[in-house]
Design a protein around this ligand. Structure first.
Ligand code: ADP
Length: 741
């Protein structure tokens, strides 16, 4: 029998993005014909019942997408830990006819849910014995369907790459550490920054990696030497001597030494003060990390998980085990909740038992890999190269439009290359600079502070070389004895690299391994689901649209927001999903006059029914004729006295800004993989060229010759675009209710 009534609640620690998940659950459930309830204050509300369990409508979740925390409240509830409490909770659900629960919470909350599900049969039987419910009721509720979504800033849950809230917490951490770094650099000071994470060092590690911190302490992998304080102080001292002005240690709250003794921020500060002979400042970030507006990623993650949770609960059979809906390899997946809860506890138990190898092995491979990368990045000077090793001369340039994260990638590539004993050559101003032989050897400190810097420090140009440029570039390669080339860039960078590749028969100098690292806010590069810069741009769009929406409180107004992307609608669609836009226009779908007519009718109907705000997002090249100006004029004319219309062309702010944590992390990972590829190819007789990217959670190389085959050259985008599959969710959730989005 199909499920009719479900309830959703948030529990445990709050996390940014929970609202997006609640909104998505409620609207998807309504769209699927279910009745949906929200349980206020988590398990507390489930036990208390009464008006803490309320039926939700389309509009009861309007306008909550951009808020931090959770509008339906969360609480800790000791009573639910007892069987008696759970008995009351079961009664409350049966009385309201609720057959399924969608729980958004951390590992404690999901553990509680699991226990509840296991006990359900006994609880129902006991309620019958006590005369609270009839035998017919009991027969009607043989099982409770449960779907769990992990909402936790710690990212400590097994089976999901990211939990709701982690990315926003990383935003708070990087904002804080970037701010501290500038004051630390001004005074040449040392800071210890403590971040959250009792059993999980994810925030500390990724925060340190994203900000270019100098040392990190996490629970799963304590320092492997007894005298770690000495080693740490020595490292900071050498860094200072090498020219580093700021010294920052990031510490997870659950950090400990090999013997399991907790390491507090004051322990670290004291250890450093004694050895460095200078005052050390401590900053404990605390609850700031939970606060603030959710990032674009968390909004979309919450939305997609919520959508899938409803699908999972509708498809579940009564005998089915609880499901966790998670995020793996850039896709939404369903997993067995119980197993994930158990494995999550296993990490905490391993840390407790001081079995750190096991703790690390239970974390994902990307976690371990990031930790290794971090260990190299924090070095004050590179390892001494092996005298028998070959030293390759690796050229590196930025090409195409600037993308936030280019500098992070350049810095990471430089350090990782130097650490492996190679010579890193910075080529300034893209292929144009390469033709002019603007080349300089880089050292370990050349890019100090670049991890967090937007723009392109190396300089970039859009020129695709042709004619005599090619001779000049070949000459630059020969003069500088460049053995391999790393192109960090967007579309024009890829086209340029492809051009060199195809010109190999004419220019033997081009016969060197070359790799393209995807860096473009447009996210329009082949072989890469997410190019660096796109996440930062998305966050800029989301911040701007949040403000635009607030500006419209006193009027009835429709905004047409134009975003970048060239012919690729990624920013428009994902921006629309993250801001609750009711309509997204993109080139992939085209725009017709009859579409616009339907949109005008919908707008008029909505405003007539009392809505106050309309939000349409338009990709810059969605349609050559139906421009943003045209659309605004059309809507304005048709809206007459009902509503007015304003364009908002976001422009180049989307290309600027400091890179988001995700873009920094992604840039560092990609840089490492690109270097590994180049170094390996340099040793071969017949070399390959490639472009790299993340596809379905895996990093893959595609041979450069596949470039033309994989792209739509006229519209400068890949032939296959994974994110187009998200259109259904976006249009479902954006259906306007009377109160708007
Ligand atoms: P989080 O979900 O963020 O990990 P907590 O561990 O505080 O947060 O759990 C939140 C709530 O979930 C608790 O207050 C309690 O009501 C419920 N809960 C947690 N663990 C259990 C358990 N073992 N049995 C029953 N309920 C639990």
């Amino acid at each position: 029998m199909a499920i009719k009534r479900v309830a959703v609640f948030t529990s445990g620690g709050d996390a940014q993005g929970m609202n997006a998940a609640v909104r998505s659950v409620v609207r998807t459930a309504l769209d699927r014909g279910l009745e949906v309830f929200a349980i206020y204050e988590g398990y507390r509300g489930l036990v208390d019942g009464s008006d803490r369990i309320r039926e939700m409508s389309w509009d009861s979740v309007g306008g909550i997408l951009q808020g931090g925390g959770t509008v339906i409240g969360t609480a800790r509830c000791e009573e639910f830990r007892t069987r008696e409490g759970r008995l009351v909770a079961a009664n409350n659900l049966i009385k309201r006819g609720i057959e399924g629960l969608i729980i958004i919470g951390g590992d404690g909350s999901l553990t509680g849910a699991n226990i509840f599900r296991q006990e359900w049969g006994e609880l129902v039987a006991e309620l019958v014995d006590r005369g609270e419910i009839s035998a017919d009721d009991a027969a009607a509720y043989p099982n409770l369907l449960i779907v769990g979504l992990v909402g936790s800033i710690d990212n400590d849950f097994f089976g999901t790459d990211m939990t709701i809230g982690t990315d926003s917490a990383l935003h708070r951490i990087t904002e804080a550490v970037d701010a501290i770094a500038s004051t630390a650099a001004s005074h040449q000071r040392t800071f210890v920054v403590k971040v959250m994470g009792r059993n999980c060092g994810y925030l500390a590690m990724m925060g340190a990696l994203a900000c270019g911190a100098d040392w990190v302490l996490i629970p799963e992998n304590p320092p492997d030497v007894e005298n770690w304080q000495e080693v740490m102080a020595e490292r900071l001292k050498t860094g200072r001597e090498a020219g580093r002005r700021d010294s920052i240690v990031v510490l997870a709250e659950g950090a400990r030494d090999r013997d399991g003794n907790y390491i507090g921020s004051s322990d670290v500060a004291r250890a450093l003060e004694e050895r460095l002979g200078e005052e050390v400042r401590v900053t404990v970030l605390g609850h700031v990390q939970r606060g603030g507006r959710p990032s674009a990623f968390d909004r979309n993650l919450g939305t997609l998980l919520g959508y899938e949770a409803v699908n999972a609960i509708i498809e579940a059979k009564p005998e089915d085990e609880p499901v966790q809906v998670g995020f793996k390899g850039n896709r939404i997946v369903r997993l067995p909740l119980m197993e994930c809860v158990e494995k999550t506890h296993a990490v905490a138990n391993a840390v407790e038992a001081k079995d750190y190898e096991k703790a690390m092995s239970l974390r994902s491979s990307s976690f371990t890999e990031a930790f290794q990368t971090l260990r190299i990045m924090v070095r004050a000077i590179p390892h001494t190269p092996d005298p028998d090793q070959k030293h390759f001369r690796i050229g590196m340039l930025n090409a195409g439009a600037p993308a936030p994260g280019m500098n992070t990638a350049s810095r990471a590539a430089t350090r990782l290359g130097l650490d492996k004993g190679h010579i890193m050559l910075g080529i300034y101003n893209g292929f144009e600079g390469m033709a002019e032989n603007e080349v300089e050897e880089l050292n370990w400190m050349s890019m100090g502070g670049w991890a967090s810097m937007g723009g392109s420090g190396l300089g970039t140009s859009r020129r695709i070389p042709k004619g005599k440029d090619l001779y000049a570039i070949a000459r630059t390669i020969e003069v500088n004895q460049i053995d391999a080339l790393l192109v960090i860039g967007g579309w024009n960078g890829y086209e340029a690299a492809y051009k060199l590749y195809t010109e190999r028969p004419n220019f033997p100098a081009f016969d060197i391994p070359t790799i393209c690292l995807p860096a473009s806010i447009n996210n329009n590069l082949p072989g890469s689901e997410l190019s660096i810069g796109a996440d930062t741009a998305l966050n800029s769009i989301v911040s701007a649209v949040d403000k635009i929406k607030q500006s419209a409180v006193a009027t009835r107004r429709c905004f047409v927001v134009e975003v970048m992307g060239h012919w690729c609608g990624y920013l428009a669609l994902l921006g629309g999903l993250a801001t609750g836009a009711e309509r997204v226009y993109m080139h992939e779908e085209g725009v017709t006059l009859s579409d616009l007519q339907v949109d005008v009718e919908n707008l008029s109907r909505g405003f007539r029914a009392g809505k106050r705000l309309g939000l349409m997002i338009r990709n810059e090249y969605a349609n050559e004729i139906y421009t943003t100006g045209f659309m605004c004029a059309l809507f304005e004319e048709e809206g007459r006295d009902l509503f007015d219309v304003r364009p908002a062309i976001l422009g180049h702010q989307q290309q600027g800004g400091d890179p988001s944590p995700f873009d920094r992390i992604q840039a560092t990972r990609l840089a490492r993989l690109c270097l590994e590829f180049l170094i390996e190819e340099c040793g071969k007789r017949s070399v390959r060229s490639a472009f790299i990217g993340l596809e379905e959670g895996k990093y893959k190389h595609h041979d450069m010759r596949d470039f033309q085959r994989m792209v739509d050259l006229a519209y400068q985008r890949p032939k296959e675009q994974w994110w187009l599959a998200l259109r259904d969710v976006a249009s479902l959730l954006a259906k306007p209710g009377p109160g708007g989005s």
